[in-house]
Design a protein around this ligand. Structure first.
Ligand code: ADP
Ligand code: MG
Length: 614
């Protein structure tokens, strides 16, 4: 039989490698920024058009390349950074695989201009799909400019696979942040479609964080410093009371390289244990320095994962360093409550409800007879008010006192009519029960119905908000004093994008500025105290949706508001409230599932019950 194995031509091999290295415009941004840093640049400028789909350009004032190196840099496995396999274990530079430029040149139109300091003239090279179109001598400043146009021009499938500009730009900004945070001594700027989105002068680490995430960030930073034989830690964590729901401000850098580590993230979370509100995420910006010989970063081409030789020790050191800082800066509660109560108590409650000097050792916020329990964050009176107004009609009839339930009847849609017992079959007594402050139990013709109160209410609110947004009928309640809320520039961007939809639900914005939003009206049913939580939740939902997004802003907004405002598990409902919720649920278009597709109720027939008793 004839031989059938052939070596792949270089341009094909490069395209295949590109699939690994370049997933999206942001991957190109990362590679180019890192090359500029490796070239010892002190000023780096990133320019993108159409979220990098049309143009990505990085200009640096680094050491540049000789004409031969300029040409060689596009060959596969061409690198100036390692010479032997041993070098891999001494790595202090970013790139080392020597395939980024070759890969990028295989799938885009690339133009390189570069000059070394000691030369008068530099070189320019144009490459399209691995094919060198020209190489000439040019006048150009010292350093390197690399532009990448028409990414994936020869792989339509990949190009079509790219997400919307909002999403792709978001990824680019994420990469930009990571690189800029790891190198505060380098000045960075970023331009998108001709306007400057970031201008980060050379600075210290704190200033760099503040320049990226907004001036308000300054007051929330708590320094963390620790030096041990195996690990040096420096950086900041965010004060617990500023913690938001999004994981956007969580950064680990190991030897100046951004990495993801669920394990180390866990160490931080455990240091914050007991200090955070439900679902809130600690923010951190931590630089870890370890001996390069004790880590292996070469396990993935995009290099955000890392293997440590001694993870357990790092975990312990990190956790105690963060704990120590939180304690030192008087963030952690210094009082000795009984340990359990301390761990489970929401932070804001500890601050408000816990006596700061006279320590009441028997104080247990979860004891039934403690009236404060009901005002703990999740069970706030205000939030009750918001949904109680759903029952206005009923309340005015005085049914709230639980006596006369003949006033209450199921006002089901025709389709659900047969679901409930006939009107005259409804016994004139309590027809719903609340179980565990979580489920509502009711009887139906064929048996019994168990409803998840939180999910059911989410469904009800979701359909309400969708309707409001679609027909722009949201009713607004005017605030006495405008509410001022601070956000980062990026968050402001998102709010601007969602502004119109938010307005249709009833929000009124007086102004949206660089880092502050002024709100003069909010949707009815939304208590003022919840506004910032709702907006924060919304932003975090939009951001979390981003990676796999074909998200509709309207839908997301409705979902997010429903999630924030729905009655919570743990909330006690009066019978009237229970019944009204049941009615409202079955008047929904899709009562069976919550907006996030979770079951809202189950039924159990008498037959099934009978079987259980056999
Ligand atoms: P790697 O960074 O893994 O070495 P790349 O394909 O990213 O591989 O780059 C290949 C080589 O091109 C680098 O090793 C470096 O010598 C050179 N190079 C790339 N970008 C720059 C730059 N901005 N300034 C100077 N040299 C560069
Ligand atoms: Mg590189």
């Amino acid at each position: 039989m004839a031989d059938i194995i052939q070596l792949l031509p270089d341009h094909v091999a490069n395209q295949i490698a590109a699939g690994e290295v370049v997933q999206r415009p942001a991957s190109v941004v990362k590679e180019l920024l890192e090359n500029a840093i490796d070239a010892n640049a002190s000023t780096i400028k990133l320019i993108v058009k159409d979220a990098g789909k049309t143009l990505i350009q990085v200009i640096d004032n680094g050491k540049g390349m000789s004409p031969t190196d300029a040409r060689l840099s596009f060959e596969r496995h061409a690198t100036s950074k390692i010479k032997s396999a041993e070098d891999l274990f001494q790595l202090n530079t970013k790139g080392f695989r020597g395939e980024a430029l070759a890969s990028i040149a295989a799938i885009a139109h690339v133009e390189l201009k570069t000059k070394q300091d000691n030369e008068d003239l530099g070189s320019a090279i144009v490459i399209e799909g691995s094919e060198v179109k020209s190489q000439e001598v040019v006048v150009t400043p010292t350093g390197t400019s690399l532009s990448v146009k028409h990414l994936f021009f020869n792989i339509p499938a990949r190009r079509n696979f790219l997400k919307s500009n909002t999403v792709e730009l978001r990824h680019i900004i994420d990469e930009f942040h990571r690189v800029a945070l790891a190198h505060p001594s380098i000045s960075f700027s970023m331009f998108s479609n001709g306007s400057e989105t970031f201008n980060l002068p050379e600075s210290n680490y704190r200033q760099r964080i503040v320049n990226i995430f907004g001036t308000k960030t300054n007051e929330k930073l708590v320094p963390v410093e620790e030096e041990t034989e195996v690990l040096t830690i420096s950086g900041f964590v965010g004060k617990p009371e500023f913690a938001k729901k999004s994981r956007n401000e969580q950064f680990f850098f190991v030897n100046d390289r951004y990495i993801k580590s669920a394990y180390l993230n866990h160490a931080i979370n455990s240091a914050f244990e007991g200090l955070l509100k439900d679902g809130a995420q600690p923010s951190y910006y931590l630089n870890l320095t370890v001996n390069p010989q004790t880590i292996d970063i070469n396990i993935h081409p995009t290099k955000t994962e890392i293997k440590f030789d001694d993870e357990h020790t790092l975990y312990a050191i990190l956790r105690s360093a963060v704990k120590h800082s939180l304690g030192q800066f008087n963030i952690a509660p210094v009082l000795d409550f009984e340990r359990d109560a301390n761990l489970d108590t929401p932070y804001s409650y500890q601050q408000k409800g816990a006596p700061s000097v006279e320590v009441d050792r028997s104080f247990n916020p979860f004891k039934e007879d403690n009236p404060k329990v009901k005002t703990a964050p999740n069970y706030k009176k205000e939030s009750t008010a918001s949904w109680e107004s759903l029952y206005v009609g009923l309340e005015s009839k005085g049914t709230k006192t639980n006596t006369d339930f003949s006033e209450v009847h199921f006002e089901s849609e025709p389709s659900n009519d047969s679901f409930f017992k006939n009107e005259n079959e409804v016994e004139k007594k309590q027809s719903t029960y609340q179980l565990n402050n979580k489920f509502i139990i009711s009887t139906i013709k064929s048996g019994m119905l168990v409803i998840d109160q939180h999910r059911a209410h989410q469904r009800v609110l979701y359909e309400d908000y969708l309707r409001h947004i679609t027909i722009k009928e949201g009713v607004s309640q005017q605030l006495l004093f405008p509410l001022e809320i601070h956000f980062s520039t990026q968050e402001i961007d998102l709010i601007n994008q969602l502004k119109e939809d938010l307005e249709s639900t009833g929000f009124v914005f007086q102004s949206i500025q660089e880092e502050t939003v002024q709100i003069t009206g909010v949707p009815v049913n939304v208590p003022e105290s919840e506004v910032s939580i709702i907006l924060e939740q919304l932003i975090s939902d939009v951001e979390n949706e981003v990676p796999d997004s074909n998200f509709s802003a309207t839908d997301l907004l409705a979902k997010s508001m429903a999630k924030s405002l729905a009655i919570k598990t743990g909330q006690t409902l009066t019978n009237t409230e229970q019944e009204h919720l049941v009615n409202r649920l079955f008047a929904c278009k899709e009562p069976n599932v919550s907006p996030t597709n979770k079951t809202t109720f189950i039924t159990m027939s008498v037959d099934e019950l009978d079987k259980k008793f056999m």
